[in-house]
Design a protein around this ligand. Structure first.
Ligand SMILES: NC(=O)c1ccc[n+]([C@@H]2O[C@H](COP(=O)([O-])OP(=O)(O)OC[C@H]3O[C@@H](n4cnc5c(N)ncnc54)[C@H](OP(=O)(O)O)[C@@H]3O)[C@@H](O)[C@H]2O)c1
Length: 242
């Protein structure tokens, strides 16, 4: 199947999650894909037209589903950027003794359950008559075969679970939505609130700005089609093993 360059994409796009990479993707899409009507769904709408959604709340996901059915009937790109690594009650674990049920639950709620429940909510609105993408930001640390350092139990495991859920989704949609490409994406270490406490050991030349990450991720998606559905890609276009 021939790929259309991003500048020729038409239809609607939905970015979910209004964090560093989410808002950079929103801006990059508006700039690089002028034919797309781009929407943002976030817990914290800042501008008119932004849709409110909390991926950890079923009623909120139902409301998004209704909204999509009414207003997003040409949805050809969904980019889920919602994710959580740390918070007031969530501290990436350095050792087993720090692993707790509540931290595992918090991480899985958003990083694992969020993307697949989002897919369920948006499935009826996804375009059937043109190629489409459902992509969700995962993390390289969710790769089991790439895990050499250990630590970060809850985040790693929740991202690994997300990857399995997306791979399973890709198999189902290869039958039900054969023009859709499902992808798990690693954005690279990017200067956002999520990575802020963990960046001291990252050399400046290995740290991406949100704008660089967004453009790189869109460049990757532009080259993917339904034949590549169900895979895990890094920002530079290389495949990451599960
Ligand atoms: N930054 C990195 O170095 C890095 C590396 C590897 C992977 N990633 C992944 O990339 C994704 C984006 O991260 P980021 O760097 O942009 O982090 P970020 O700036 O912290 O953005 C994450 C966003 O997730 C949204 N979110 C949190 N809980 C939510 C919920 N219950 N429902 C809906 N949205 C929720 C929040 O946006 P709202 O304002 O909409 O609430 C938050 O701003 C994450 O999945 C992360 O795991 C990032």
């Amino acid at each position: 199947m021939t790929r259309q360059p991003l500048q020729d994409w038409c239809g609607q796009a939905l970015v979910v999650g209004g964090g560093g990479i989410g808002r950079a993707l929103l801006d990059a899409l508006k700039r690089l894909a002028p034919g797309l009507e781009v929407h943002l769904a976030t817990r914290n709408p800042r501008a008119a037209g932004e849709i409110r959604v909390d991926l950890c709340d079923d009623a909120s996901l139902d409301a998004l589903s209704q909204h999509a059915l009414q207003h997003l009937r040409r949805l050809r790109l969904v980019l889920n950027t919602a994710g959580l690594l740390h918070g007031p009650q969530l501290h990436p674990e350095k050792r087993l003794s720090s692993v707790t049920r509540s931290q595992l639950r918090q991480s899985f709620e958003l990083n694992a359950y969020g993307p697949i429940l989002l897919a369920r909510s948006l499935e009826p609105a996804l375009a059937r008559d043109m190629p489409s993408h459902f992509a969700s930001l995962s993390a390289r640390v969710g790769s089991i075969s790439d895990n050499r350092l250990g630590g970060w139990y809850a985040y790693r495991a929740a991202k690994a679970a997300q990857n399995q859920l997306l791979h399973t989704l890709a198999i189902e949609w290869s039958r039900r939505l054969p023009l859709c490409c499902v992808s798990a994406l690693h954005p690279g270490t990017t200067a956002t609130a999520l990575s802020e406490p963990f960046r001291s050991s990252v050399p400046p030349n290995r740290l991406l700005t949100p704008e660089q990450a967004a453009e790189a991720l869109l460049a990757v998606l532009q080259h993917l089609g339904p034949e590549q559905s169900g895979r895990f890609w890094a920002w530079d276009g290389s495949a990451i093993p599960w």
